[in-house]
Design a protein around this ligand. Sequence first.
Ligand SMILES: [Zn+2]
Length: 341
Amino acid sequence: MRHALRLTIRTALAAATVFAAASLSAQDWTTTTDTHRFMEVRNGIWLTQTTAQVFNSNALVIVNDEDVILVDSHVTPSKARDLIASIPAITDKPVTALINSHYHWDHAHGNQEFADIPIIGHEYTRMKMATGAHEEPTYQRGLAGNAARLEQLAEQIEAAEDDEERAGLETYRAMFAAHAADFDEIRPLPPDVTMNEKMTLFRGGREIQIIFVGRAHTGGDAVVYFPQDRLVFTGDMLFGGPSFMGDGYVDEWSETLGNLAMLDFDLVVPGHGPPLSDLSAIEKSQEYYRVLWEKTAEQHAAGVPAEEVPGTLDLSGTAFPERQPSEPEVQRMYHRMENPD
Ligand SMILES: [Zn+2]
């Protein structure tokens, strides 16, 4: 049963996420609670993830001399409550502010659990969360993904070869169904403190810079930079490979990453997956977005419909030749080509 369940969970994760980032091995995590694991990436700065086998994002817990600041609030209010309940495992200092890296649901739909403290984000993040956040195509695709996963699990249970396998799948389905139901209580809460270019927080001996280095993954990605620790949290602007581009600015992404690279850091915590110390990911990503934009523009100019583009682009000159854009990503690029601003 164990084996079957492991395979099922792996399939679930592969299906649920476009971020195929490698997972961290158990010994990298220094503290674990019933719901969360924590890793101190630099002096008092902790990367944390839920241990639940669902699509989720990284959060940072910044433990300062007298208080705690969080970056990103997880995927649902329920997962945010789990995070709040787990923080005492690493510190008893109070959480005094939350920073949003961007507006996407998997990073910001736990916000409502932080209604009593300042929530800091880019102006664009506030605008997106304050107007029609529930109707956002990327959020709607997340909901559709949950429904599809439940359907797929029902089929797998039907086809299970023995009682043990079936019982394992039933347990996973019960957990996943509860997680999907958690989305019903989401009431998007936008940042109530906004920044445009840069904001700096001084907390005890720590300096925390919240910087907009340009449009990339969304129109208002804020990176959180710790100059003393040479660390930057990039949200979904930078991973080891290309990011989700369905709300992105592929035409500007390379330049934005060039601006990011001008900061002095040697460790990146991305919005999903493990920390990156190999900074060649920046140049490789820059090249990928440049080539992708160019190749997609050729298709656009030739009048090829967006739905016919995925799978056809020659990206062999890049570090990620297999990473074809999805249809929503091509549509987004076509939209940018037709509506430049
Ligand atoms: Zn995102």
